[in-house]
Design a protein around this ligand. Sequence first.
Ligand SMILES: *Cc1c(COP(=O)(O)O)cnc(C)c1O
Length: 234
Amino acid sequence: MTRAEELAASLGEVQARIAAACAAAGRARDDVLLLAVTKTWPLADVQALRDLGLTDFAENRDQEAADKARALPGVRWHFVGQVQTNKAASVASYADVVQALDRPSLATALSKGAVRAGRRVDVLLQVRLDALDQGEGGGRGGAAPEDVPALAALAASLDGLRLAGVMAVAPLGADPAPAFDRLAEVAARVRADHPGARAVSAGMSGDLEQAVAAGSTIVRVGTALLGRRSPPGR
Ligand SMILES: *Cc1c(COP(=O)(O)O)cnc(C)c1O
């Protein structure tokens, strides 16, 4: 099998999983976007997936993301990693969607970068779902749920940004369903104040079914499409 055939086969499997999850939840298939997480994989894989019909791709490191986005315009690039404030202007210069907005200082830095680049960047507020994750060091990042309404108001007020919704990573090693339900509650609260902020980014290779059942509109899939990354865990 060529790499392109391999990708076509795994894409077929992932599409079937999403379709089954939508059917089981009584949701329309086109309510859920498949976002391919291509971090660590070569541009040729991104091109192959684009040729197979995918439109949205995600990266989590500034340099790699910048290189790929410049080499492959015409698709939508999402940034899904934690953004250091000093990288915000760079990320805002190429990303169409930043999924990891988790603090006021990052919102203002992204806004400045987007304005300077003459762009408008969609932002998703990353919500911390793990009560034990204090967001420092080894945590998976994200704003505490109680801080989300104020961050949403700030993001909605800033030039160059469009508040598009919320995002979360399920806590490691726990049943993801309660976490995804919690995210759905936070998303509903954001939507009450900002009706355009409809995106809920949740679900990865291992838990996309539970995420779709809880209302996810963007599933972020790496391993199930592209294979195991090395080194693992990135
Ligand atoms: C790497 C990554 C993914 C993809 O995870 P897989 O388990 O490989 O599907 C999804 N979301 C974020 C934020 C990631 O960093």
